[in-house]
Design a protein around this ligand. Structure first.
Ligand SMILES: Cc1cc2nc3c(=O)[nH]c(=O)nc-3n(C[C@H](O)[C@H](O)[C@H](O)COP(=O)(O)OP(=O)(O)OC[C@H]3O[C@@H](n4cnc5c(N)ncnc54)[C@H](O)[C@@H]3O)c2cc1C
Length: 386
C-alpha cells in the first residue's frame, strides 16, 4: 500500500469527519477516509432545524425521530444571587413558526447513521489508521500513516479534532484559549418528564443544562470550574445525585444516574482561514468553543455543506484542489467569525462578575422576553439560519 494516491483524503472519524467523507465521496471523488477507532462518544448533540434539514438532504439521517428527540422549548432560569438578575425566559418553537427548534441526538446513534451512509458509497474506502506526519508543497499532500505506509492526497480534509495535526503541520494560523471550566455530561432519569424543553440554570460559574432525551430522561451538560467537577465526580453517585437535585432547584423530584459521568476540558480555537493550498479544515479542527447555545456540530455541518458546494462549483481541471480550498475558505469566513464571536460573548457574559455586563445580559433577556420581533431574530441567529 506504500505510496498510493487518492483524489481526496478525509482525516478523522468523529462526526465532522464522517459527514465530510460522505459529502466528498458524493461529489464523485475517489475518497479515502482515515478513521482510527476511538472511544464511544458519550455526548449528545442538539442540532437546530437547518442542520437537521441538512442531515436529511445529505442522506445522513432519513428520519430524525428514529434517532433523537425534538426540542420544542428553551427555558432559561437565572440561578445566580447577583444584584441584577435576568427574568425567567421561555422560548417556544411554535412562536418561531416551527414544530421544533431542532432535535437532540445521542452522538453514538448519529455515528451509526453516518457510518451506514458511508458504507453505501462505492468510491469511499475507510482505513482505521492515523496520520503521523504530512508533507506539503508538492502537487499533492503526502501523508505518513501509522501503519508505515504513505498516501498522497490531491484534496486533504482535516477533520482531526481540536488538537489537529493537519492544522498545525500545514501552517494554518490559529488562536487558542484554554478555559478554567470544563463540561460534565451524563444521562439522568428524572422524577418528572420535561417534555421537549431544554432547561438551562445559569450559575455564576457556568450553566447547568438538562436536554430532553425522551420520557423522563435528560442529558446533563454542567459547566463549572474543572476542580469542582472533578470533586463532584470523585464524590460518587449519591453525592452527585444530591448535587444535581440542588443545582436543578429540586424541580424534578428524584434524579437517578443512567450513565457514568464524563468530563470534557473546554477551550476555544479560531483559524484565520479554513482552507488553502488544497487543504481544508472542518469541525473542531477549524473551530472550537464551550458547548453553550449548541453551536459546535451545527457549525461543523455547515462546514461540510459549504465544502460540498465548493466541490460542486469547481471543475476538475488542473489546480482544482487549490481552487476548492480557496472557495471553501471564502464561503466559511463570515459564518466562522460570526458564530465564534457570538458564543464567545455569550460565554463571557454568563461568567461575568462585571456589573454592567450582568446588567446588559439581564436587559437583553428582558428585551427578548418582551419584544417578539427581537425574539424571532434571536431564534434565527441561534438556529444558524443563513
Ligand atoms: C460537552 C459537549 C457537549 C456538546 N454539545 C453539542 C450540542 O449540543 N450541539 C452541537 O452542535 N455541538 C455540541 N458540541 C460540540 C460537538 O460535540 C463537536 O463540535 C463535534 O463533536 C466535533 O466533532 P469533530 O468530528 O470535529 O471532532 P472529534 O469528535 O474530536 O473527532 C476528531 C477525530 O479525529 C481523529 N483524529 C485525531 N487525530 C488524528 C490523526 N492524526 N489521524 C487520524 N485521525 C485523527 C480522532 O480519533 C477523532 O475521531 C458539544 C461539545 C461538548 C464538549
Amino acid at each position: 500500500m506504500s505510496g498510493t494516491v487518492a483524489e481526496a483524503v478525509v482525516v478523522g472519524g468523529g462526526l465532522a469527519g464522517l459527514a465530510a467523507a460522505v459529502a466528498v465521496a458524493r461529489s464523485g471523488l475517489q475518497t479515502v477516509h482515515l478513521a482510527p477507532k476511538g472511544p464511544r462518544d458519550q455526548r449528545t448533540s442538539a442540532l437546530m432545524m437547518p442542520s437537521v434539514d441538512y442531515l436529511r438532504s445529505a442522506g445522513l439521517v432519513a428520519e430524525p425521530s428514529e434517532v433523537g428527540q425534538p426540542l420544542t422549548q428553551i427555558r432559561i432560569i437565572d440561578a445566580t444571587d447577583r444584584l441584577i438578575r435576568a427574568p425567567e425566559t421561555l422560548f417556544d418553537s411554535a412562536e418561531a413558526g416551527f414544530p421544533a427548534f431542532g432535535w437532540n441526538f445521542p452522538n453514538v446513534k448519529l455515528t451509526e447513521a453516518f457510518e451506514k451512509a458511508r458504507e453505501a458509497l462505492p468510491n469511499l474506502t475507510t482505513r482505521e489508521v492515523s496520520v503521523t506526519a504530512i508533507q506539503t508543497g508538492g502537487e499533492a499532500t503526502r501523508l505518513s500513516l501509522s501503519d508505515g505506509t504513505t498516501l498522497d492526497a490531491a484534496l486533504l480534509v482535516g477533520a482531526d479534532g481540536k488538537k489537529s495535526l493537519i492544522r498545525a503541520s500545514a501552517g494554518f494560523r490559529a488562536r487558542e484559549n484554554a478555559f478554567a471550566q470544563s463540561a460534565l455530561v451524563c444521562d439522568l432519569q428524572l422524577g418528572r418528564p420535561i417534555g421537549g424543553a431544554s432547561i438551562e440554570f445559569h450559575y455564576p460559574e457556568g450553566p447547568f443544562t438538562l436536554v430532553p432525551a425522551g420520557d423522563n430522561r435528560a442529558n446533563l451538560v454542567w459547566i463549572d470550574d474543572r476542580d469542582v467537577l472533578r470533586a463532584a465526580q470523585a464524590g460518587g453517585p449519591e453525592q452527585l445525585k444530591a448535587t444535581f437535585r440542588e443545582k436543578s432547584k429540586r424541580l424534578f423530584g428524584s434524579i437517578e444516574l443512567l450513565t457514568p459521568t464524563y468530563i470534557f476540558p473546554l477551550s476555544s480555537i479560531t483559524v484565520d482561514k479554513a482552507g488553502m493550498g488544497g487543504i481544508v479544515l472542518v469541525g473542531e479542527a477549524a473551530h472550537a468553543f464551550p458547548p453553550i447555545g449548541a453551536q459546535g456540530l451545527n457549525l461543523s455541518l455547515r462546514d461540510v455543506a459549504d465544502l460540498a458546494a465548493a466541490l460542486a462549483n469547481t471543475d476538475r481541471t488542473p489546480g482544482w484542489a487549490t481552487r476548492v480550498s480557496d472557495d471553501y475558505a471564502q464561503r466559511r469566513s463570515g459564518d466562522l467569525a460570526r458564530t465564534g464571536g457570538m458564543v464567545d460573548s455569550l460565554f463571557r457574559s454568563l461568567l461575568a462578575d462585571f456589573l454592567p455586563t450582568q446588567a446588559m445580559r439581564a436587559g437583553g433577556l428582558w428585551a427578548l422576553k418582551l419584544v417578539p420581533p427581537l425574539r424571532r431574530q434571536a431564534f434565527g441567529l441561534g438556529m444558524g439560519s443563513r
